[in-house]
Design a protein around this ligand. Structure first.
Ligand code: KE4
Length: 428
């Protein structure tokens, strides 16, 4: 047995499924997970010394690549002064000021410790601010694991509320979460018509990156903005993935559509556990201690995590060329994958938005979760395994994204495309 297998056997005795987050168990691809020992730039090494070009990038945070010296040094410096005080620090003010400067339309920030916590708090704020209970989300969009977000469409989505998509979520909670279809504005309007004056907010991934990658059709985000304005509901952009990745100002800047509340995670922590929710002063003043919406956290604004996030955001703010660089590399990768797909029978669809790329093993276009669900998941599992054996580390599940960082070189992309060509040929 290799060291990953030995560790996994031990892990399964003390961690549910041997992991601290389900996707890491590689169940969707039917393999023993690789235990990673270290990472640097675009590369990670497993505990058996195998090196991989990494397209997971810790699920998005590592936009500058792993172990960036500026971030490492900022963390090493911060820990000299202590790890956590449970009191305010200058750094959390600095990072909030920087985020407000970089992101259109936000005036205040509340730091939390994960994307889940950011979304959970944003939903409470929307409900508190509007006095309404219903929430609209989209099938196939993932917003972390808070109860209100672990909900699927009722049998007739319009006629009744949602049903739990996880054990332990009360039916009474799920009924207030309604599910629409991504890129389908009519399915949103129908829910508002069914529940007039009851919907607090619509929450959307401006680019869906938890169903593979599915971008918004032209007019979709603008249409959500219009419907929310007409219905007196708040629009929440869940930018845990797109934030500071699609552009300095995230999806709001990239698509030119303004949300009322924006949630962040991943990149703003530079690899450390950080989330945030942001909005106008008027809205954010509803949050304790200045308003009636309660939310708190022992390690929120943790000084070491803030140091990592501040180093990464400062770099992104002063090096806008990062965005053209990662988008150009993703263009090259996606175009090369499309060419390889055509040369091997064309039954593979490659979606890309900015530096996010995802293959789907289907000949049809993928513009919604129902489209994505038609792709051949067992083909994806074979693709994953063959690419892993060729030194390319991808998401161990179809409904995820490939993340490009500025540490990925042209040679890495070429090496990846060579592996793609060989693998697509074998799968044909
Ligand atoms: P976290 O609680 O995992 O920090 O963030 C939840 C979350 C919220 N919103 C969006 C759009 C997200 O993509 C996520 C988390 N993303 C997944 C990857 N698809 C995290 C990986 C995992 O669950 O292990």
């Amino acid at each position: 047995m290799d060291r990953s297998e030995v560790l996994f056997e031990r892990a399964k005795k003390v961690l549910p499924g041997g992991v601290n987050s389900p996707v890491r168990a590689y169940r969707a691809v039917g393999m023993t997970p690789r235990f990673i020992s270290r990472a640097d730039g675009a590369y990670i090494w497993d505990v058996d010394g195998n090196k991989y070009i990494d397209y997971v990038c810790s699920w998005g945070p590592m936009i500058l690549g792993h172990n960036h010296p500026l971030i490492r040094e900022a963390v090493q410096k911060a820990v000299q002064d202590g790890l956590s005080f449970g009191a305010s620090t200058a750094r959390e003010v600095e990072i909030a000021e920087l985020m407000i400067q970089m992101v259109p339309g936000i005036e205040m920030v509340r730091m939390v410790n994960s994307g889940t916590e950011a979304v959970m708090s944003a939903l409470r704020l929307a409900r508190g601010a509007t006095g309404r209970d219903k929430i609209i989300k989209f099938e196939g969009c993932y917003h972390g694991h808070s109860d209100a977000m672990l909900v699927k469409a009722g049998s007739s989505a319009v006629a009744e509320g949602g049903r739990p998509s996880s054990a332990g979520v009360p039916a009474d909670t799920a009924k207030d979460t309604l599910t629409a279809r991504y890129n389908d504005l009519e399915s949103v309007q129908q829910l508002f018509d069914r529940y007039p004056g009851q919907v607090a907010c619509v929450i959307v991934e401006p680019v869906a990156a938890n169903m593979g990658v599915v971008g918004p059709n032209k007019g979709f985000l603008e249409g959500l903005r219009k419907i929310c304005d007409q219905e007196g509901a708040l629009l929440i952009f869940d930018e845990v993935i797109t934030g500071f990745r699609l552009a300095k100002g995230g999806a709001q800047e990239y698509f030119g559509v303004k949300a009322d509340i924006v949630t962040f995670g991943k990149i703003i922590g530079g690899g450390m556990p950080v989330g945030a929710y942001c909005g106008s002063r008027e809205l954010m003043q509803q949050i304790a201690p200045c308003g009636p919406v309660y939310q708190a956290g022992t390690l929120s604004g943790n000084p070491v995590a803030m140091a990592a996030g501040l180093a990464q955001l400062n770099y992104l703010n002063t090096h806008p060329e990062v965005y053209t660089d990662i988008a150009r590399k993703a263009d090259h990768l996606a175009d090369g994958m499309r060419k390889a797909a055509e040369e091997t029978g064309g039954k593979i669809r490659i979606n890309q938005v900015g530096s996010l790329v995802a293959p789907f093993f289907t000949p049809d276009t993928v513009q919604s979760f129902s489209d994505a669900a038609k792709s051949d998941l067992s083909k994806y599992a074979s693709y994953f395994e063959k690419m892993l054996r060729r030194g390319i580390y991808l998401a161990p599940a179809q409904f995820e994204a490939m993340f490009i960082s500025c540490a990925h070189t042209g040679a890495d992309i070429e090496h990846t495309l060579e592996a793609v060509r060989e693998t697509f040929r074998e799968l044909a």
